[in-house]
Design a protein around this ligand. Structure first.
Ligand SMILES: Cc1ncc(COP(=O)(O)O)c(C=O)c1O
Length: 299
């Protein structure tokens, strides 16, 4: 991976190589840590962080699920993130806040373990290096809310994502798709899914999926251009028969899907609505759309 100069760790800007933690860090053992993935883009006004507040609100929500009290306010964390990107002099970067239970006690119960928080940022380009992806439904289902809190961005929930991704290793598929316990489409290991059918945009309803900030952005763009959006329960057969399918996520941005389970979607190329939404998304994050400038925190 690429690196940068500084990481913010528990109140201090430290050199990248000095941002260390103890091997008996509680969250390293039991997976109870809250995190975020944010991007900063170059805009005409300089680097700007996309939807910074929404990401930190989600971090506070995720932390609350594991009874974690963050020792900083939302405003303080937003301010240090902005300062970190500035100090690292990065035009564009990926930003990773992580709040975890630190060193000081063992045993699964985290109560009493110190809460630590770090924010790192570094240049990170394309998440998947294909312009259009082939997906395969996974043998694992997405974590149901009866087993965990599926809409919290907690490290432990990503074991499910990792198992799903590992299933695809050595296969021709670029990404996997999780269904839920009722065979409804859920999401990818790090992306939400949309499809277009007869000029209507469909996406799984919230509940047991991550409330993606890119998902929310895309729905707002769609409404802005008069496209109807339906958040509902969706079946695989509907996705197979869709005109267009695409994935959304901070890392992957807006990525067209060519096939699911070897069934070609539409004509196998990026559809026109996907293309329009992708272009608008890229314009918005780069500060080229005046209607969405409020999404940007200029450094
Ligand atoms: C499981 C999962 N779903 C969806 C997303 C997309 O969320 P966002 O658009 O906020 O990056 C992510 C990415 O963080 C994810 O990990």
């Amino acid at each position: 991976m690429e690196t940068s100069k500084y990481i913010w760790q528990n109140g201090n800007f430290v050199l990248w190589d000095d941002a260390k933690t103890h091997v008996l860090t509680h969250s390293l053992h039991y997976g109870a840590a809250a995190f975020e993935g944010i991007r900063s883009y170059l805009t005409p006004k300089g680097p700007a962080i996309f939807r910074l507040k929404e990401h930190f609100k989600r971090l506070f929500y995720s932390a609350s699920v594991i009874n974690m009290q963050l020792p900083y306010s939302l405003e303080e964390l937003m301010a240090v993130t902005t300062e970190l990107v500035a100090r690292n002099e990065l035009e564009e970067c990926y930003i990773r806040p992580l709040a975890y239970y630190g060193y000081g006690k063992m045993g699964v119960n985290p109560v009493g373990a110190p809460v630590e928080i770090t924010i790192a940022c570094w240049p990170w380009g394309a998440y998947i290096s294909h312009p259009i992806v082939d997906m395969k439904t996974n043998k694992y289902i997405r974590i149901p809310n009866s087993a965990a809190v599926a809409d919290a961005k907690l490290t432990g929930n990503y074991l499910n994502s990792i198992l799903g991704i590992l299933q695809m290793q050595g296969s021709p598929y670029h990404e996997t798709l999780f269904l839920d316990e009722n065979n409804h489409i859920a999401e990818g290991p790090a992306e939400n899914l949309f499809f277009v059918k007869d000029k209507i945009l469909y996406t799984p309803k919230l509940g047991a999926i991550l409330a993606g900030i890119t998902r929310d952005t895309v729905m707002n763009i769609a409404k802005h251009i008069g496209l109807q959006v339906l958040e509902t329960e969706l079946y695989l057969k509907d996705a197979y028969a869709a005109d267009e399918v695409f994935l959304t996520g901070t890392a992957i941005e807006l990525m067209p899907v060519r096939s699911i389970d070897d069934k070609i979607i539409g004509n196998g190329e990026m559809g026109s609505i996907t293309q329009q939404l992708q272009q608008m998304y890229l314009d918005i994050v780069h500060g080229k759309n005046n209607d969405f400038l409020h999404y940007l925190s200029v450094i």
